[in-house]
Design a protein around this ligand. Structure first.
Ligand SMILES: [Ca+2]
Ligand SMILES: [Ca+2]
Length: 479
């Protein structure tokens, strides 16, 4: 018997199995539903003559308005762009553009991204007008326009990752406002935060990037790109090895382990097979790049407090310092013996009780960043070592509206990222507006925002408060 005949039934079973598997995938089902819907419409029998007078009532892209004068709208947009240098709009300029389009002010980010602005940091008048013409021709109400602006090319719906900027804002709100780490913002917490003032300011402030606490587009961009670099398989989860690559392995392996131990994941069920989510990365990055804020101090304190007793013992400090010594050794740098380092740190923190460092001690010492970096960030530790501590103190004492460490970091990184994107961007000045749909999809795939396969929405926050230390009370202490 020829082998083909024997194999045939088995092969058929395999094909059937694969077909069933393909059929059961949600993407396939969506696609089929869409096809069926279109087909049903196509196969509808021709309407009898009498019904031809019945006006159309099915408008998936909104009911066309005869009153829209496309040319007048475009002229208005061009006048808005004429005010900007080189007729290019940055995110800051988009408020004016949104108004010219007749859109609510806070469509400015979707408009910016819809015209490819997140790739290059600005959009040209040509690119924007080409994009908006297409929208005006194809989308006839707000819902259709909004979906068009945010969706991935080739889709006609929005998925969770299209809302990544919004989800990141949620993390930033909890990071700053939810001082109790409970996952539940109370009235009292809201009252003591600046959140509602920031919301009110949204109306007046033309440049959203000035509202750096929660809503900055630049901050969103920096956090997203940093995550993108680490999340090499782009499943929006990262493991310990991925995170260790942040900042060229500056953070000690012991600290990376602690982050993955669940010490700072706010009691959420976020870890999947040793991975943390994008939401957790937001907390990590802001804490890592600004170790002076109350939330950041609490974040690292939780990591260093191995036994969870609410105080850092000399043993816990030595546990982390030991790895730093080994790393300095491998760099042929002579490390301070632990006892000497301890003396320095006690001098810096001035704990109220001997033999242990509390959260309150660290919040009051103003140099918590130097303290933490000494124990788990080799690069920043060496940086601090190069500066005189007197100088550090003077720096932190200076008054006036000085930028926070996070704000400085985000501004520098944003400039670098925009420069990198611009350098690697072969199509500028509206050419890509003329690309075929396939090319558009390909070009979109080059941007991290468009390639995200799935974004896990923050799961319900549970009210697990690991410690009894009242963060709220600490905040009320005059520093
Ligand atoms: Ca991943
Ligand atoms: Ca402890």
């Amino acid at each position: 018997m020829p082998p083909g005949k024997v194999l045939q039934p088995v092969l058929k079973m395999k094909v059937d199995e694969l077909f069933l598997r393909w059929l059961s995938e949600s993407g396939t089902q969506l696609m089929l539903q869409e096809c069926l819907r279109v087909q049903t419409k196509k196969e509808e029998p021709l309407p009898p003559a009498a019904s031809q007078s019945i006006p159309a009532f099915y408008f998936p892209r909104g009911r066309p308005k005869e009153t829209v004068n496309v040319d007048a709208v475009i002229a208005k947009i061009e006048r808005a762009f004429a005010q900007f240098p080189h007729e290019r709009a940055t995110m800051e300029n988009m408020g004016l553009v949104a108004k010219a389009c007749g859109c609510p002010l806070y469509w400015k980010a979707p408009l910016f991204c819809g015209a490819g602005g997140e790739r290059t940091g600005s959009v040209s008048v040509h690119k924007f007008v080409a994009m908006w013409r297409k929208v005006l021709h194809g989308c006839h109400d707000d819902a259709a326009k909004f979906v068009h602006l945010l969706m991935n090319p080739g889709c006609n719906y929005l998925v969770q990752e299209d809302f990544v900027p919004f989800l990141q804002v949620i993390q930033r709100i909890f990071y700053t406002v939810n001082r109790s780490w409970s996952g539940r913002i109370t009235c009292a917490e809201l009252r003591r935060s600046t959140f509602l003032q920031n919301v009110a300011l949204l109306e007046e402030e033309a440049d959203i990037n000035q509202l750096t606490e929660y809503f900055s587009y630049e901050h969103f961009y920096v956090i997203y790109c940093k995550f993108w670099e680490l999340d090499t398989d782009h499943d929006l989860l990262i493991d310990a090895q991925d995170l260790a690559r942040h900042n060229d392995h500056a953070i000690s392996a012991k600290m990376i382990d602690r982050i993955f131990s669940g010490a700072v994941t706010r009691g959420r069920k976020v870890q999947k097979e040793g991975k943390i989510s994008y939401a957790d990365f937001v907390w990590f990055l802001i804490s890592e790049e600004d170790k002076k804020t109350p939330t950041s101090i609490e974040y690292w304190f939780r990591c260093m407090d191995l036994d969870g007793d609410g105080a850092l013992s000399m043993f816990e400090l030595e546990y982390f310092y030991e790895e730093q010594c080994r790393r300095l050794d491998s760099m042929a740098i002579e490390a301070l013996p632990f006892q000497d380092c301890l003396c320095q740190m006690l001098d810096l923190v001035k704990p109220r009780s001997e033999g242990k460092i509390t959260l309150r001690d660290l919040k009051q010492c103003k140099l918590a960043n130097v303290f933490f970096d000494t124990f788990f960030n080799i690069e920043k530790y060496l940086d601090h070592e190069q500066k005189e501590q007197v100088c550090l103190l003077r720096e932190s004492d200076s008054d006036g509206p000085e930028l926070s460490d996070w704000e400085k970091y985000a501004a520098e990184e944003y400039d670098i990222l925009v420069a990198e994107e611009a350098a690697g961007e072969p199509w500028e000045d509206g050419y890509d507006a003329e690309l075929s749909p396939v090319d558009q999809k390909l070009s979109a795939l080059r941007t991290p925002l468009a390639q995200r396969p799935f974004f896990e929405a923050p799961s319900a926050l549970s009210a697990v408060d690991l410690y009894e230390y009242a963060c709220a009370d600490d905040d009320l202490q005059p520093l």
